[in-house]
Each structure stands twice: as C-alpha cells, then as structure tokens.
Design a protein around this ligand. Structure first.
Ligand code: HEC
Length: 267
C-alpha cells in the first residue's frame, strides 16, 4: 500500500492543485488534546461482534459526528470530495468518505466498560503482540456494515480531512472530463480500500492500472456489469456486489475513470 502524502509538499505544487493547502495544514483534530473532546456528550455503545476482540463489547464513546463538527471545514473544500483520514499512534492511516460518516452512526470509544479499577481498556492479541486500543478506537454498533467502507481503527491519535485526490494522489486523474472525475470520486468511496490504481490504494483485490490497465485485458463492455455484480461473472469471487449501492450510470463513470487512467500510468 502506498499513499502520496507528499503530493503537496511544496507550496508551488499546492498552488497548482488549486487547493491552497500545504501538507500538514489540512483540517485536523488531535484527539489527545483535551479540548478536542471537552464538553462532548458520551454514551454507552453496545457492539454485538467487535472485529478486534471477536466478542460482544460495551464502550463509553463520543459520537463521531460530534467530533467531526469540531473540525472547521474551509469553504474552499467540498465535503463531497473529502475523506476522513484516521491516523493511529504509530502512524498507520485508514480513510473513509466524509459523507459516509453521516449515513451510519460511528463512535469514538475511550473506555471499555469491562475494564475494572483504574484501567480503561482490556488487552487483545494482534499478531504476536498484546495491545489495547488506547487512547481511542472507532466502532460501529450497527451489525453487518462493510469494513472496507466503515473502518475500525484502534490506537487513534488524530482525525484529518483531506480531498481524495490528495490522499490517493497517484490514483487520482489529473485530466479527464466530468465523468472521469465523478468515477474517481466513486472509486475512492467504494473500491480503493481493496484495489490500487498506480499502486495507490488497498491490496485485497488486484491493481487495476499498472503495468496493464484493466481495459487492456478485460472486455470494456463487460466491466460495468462485473463491477455491479461480480458473482454473476465469477463463482466464489471475493469482490462484493455493488448493485444495491451504485447505479448503472455510476458504474459506467467508474469505468470511464479506469479507462482514462491508461493515459496516466505511474509506477
Ligand atoms: C472487499 C474488497 C473489494 C472491493 C470493495 C472491491 N473489489 Fe474489485 N475485486 C476484489 C477482488 C478480491 C477481486 C479479484 C478476485 C476475485 O474475483 O475474487 C476483484 C476484482 C475486480 C476486477 C477484475 C480484475 C481482474 O483482473 O480480475 C475489477 C475490474 C474490480 N474488481 C473492480 C472493482 C471496483 C470498480 C470496485 C468498486 C465499485 C471494487 N472492485 C470493489 C475485491 C474488491
């Protein structure tokens, strides 16, 4: 996985992207700073099957949207284009679409109700390590939400808002028409957690642009149908169906984005 964090490293390139922001200046909330959560109402949140503890859990937590309201969004940024980037204490980053945070109720937990005495958290095993989710852990009480759309980062340190075009720099089209750019927006909302383009993005599914663009070996006419319902093409595929989330037109916009990226290969 590779992210172009330095895309805006020089003020000239920032100026060229038209965002007017330099790296490190994106709207951000440092969760460790007491002011970030001061006077926020907290509540008890029940989780039927916590993916980290693999058990039912109960936490004390702040609603994610209340925390997001503390981050001032400059008028020059359009919330439709924004990602929420969660950064952990060790620098690990995971993102989700800003608009998705308003569709499902997420909570930033700060205490495990099962922890006794002066402890706020219980241990869990992560590979060979034993750790806790402290200081903060993002949880989603509704059952069955897709983890690639609603992530569960633990040991959360800060929350940053960044346009998808900046965060997934190499996967973003620098040219292209409206449909290409709309396709990228959809791709960064639904697909990029599993797929990379120009090696920027996730690695659960295959890279879709380098060295060969998907359209160079996959029939273009078949792509929208495959994207909407991969199981109709491939038995046992690991790719989820999208026909309940995206329209035919949106699938075609994603395809025009993917096709366009053939002209913008980077690796
Ligand atoms: C949860 C992970 C996941 C998500 C989300 C996902 N995919 Fe996939 N996708 C896969 C996997 C895994 C494969 C390949 C193997 C298979 O078919 O099981 C795949 C295959 C593909 C292929 C065929 C590539 C090839 O060379 O076979 C395309 C095209 C594709 N996905 C596009 C998309 C698009 C567009 C989206 C968003 C609308 C998306 N995928 C979302 C996991 C995912």
């Amino acid at each position: 996985m590779r992210y172009s964090a330095l895309f805006c490293g020089f003020s000239l390139s920032c100026f060229l992207t038209g965002t007017g922001f330099a790296e490190g200046q994106w709207p951000e909330l440092d969760l460790a700073n007491a002011d970030s959560t001061k006077s926020l109402p907290s509540k008890t949140v029940k989780i039927d099957r916590d993916p980290v503890y693999k058990a039912s859990k109960e936490y004390q937590a702040y609603p994610l949207i209340d925390i997001l309201k503390k981050i001032r969004i400059p008028e020059s940024l359009n919330t439709d284009d924004l990602l929420i980037v969660f950064t952990a204490v060790d620098g690990y980053k995971v993102s989700m679409a800003y608009q998705d945070a308003y569709l499902e109720a997420g909570y930033v937990a700060f205490k495990d109700n099962a922890a006794a005495g002066h402890k706020s958290w219980l241990d869990f095993k992560f590979g060979k390590q034993t750790m806790t989710p402290a200081p903060f852990y993002l949880v989603w009480p509704k059952n069955g939400l897709d983890e690639w759309r609603y992530p569960w980062p633990f040991q959360l340190a800060s929350i940053t808002l960044q346009p998808a075009k900046i965060y997934f720099g190499d996967a973003a089209p620098s040219g292209g028409d409206k449909s290409v750019n709309n396709g990228f927006k959809l791709f960064s909302r639904y697909c990029i957690r599993c797929h990379s383009v120009n090696l920027s993005g996730g690695d659960v599914g295959p890279e879709l642009n380098v060295p060969k663009n998907i359209s160079e070996y996959f029939k273009e006419e078949a792509l929208p149908g495959f994207i909407l319902n991969a199981t109709a093409y491939r038995a046992g595929t690991k790719m989820p169906a999208f026909d309940n989330l995206i329209s035919d037109d949106e699938a075609r916009a994603i395809v025009s984005y993917l096709m366009h990226m053939k002209l913008e290969k980077k690796n």
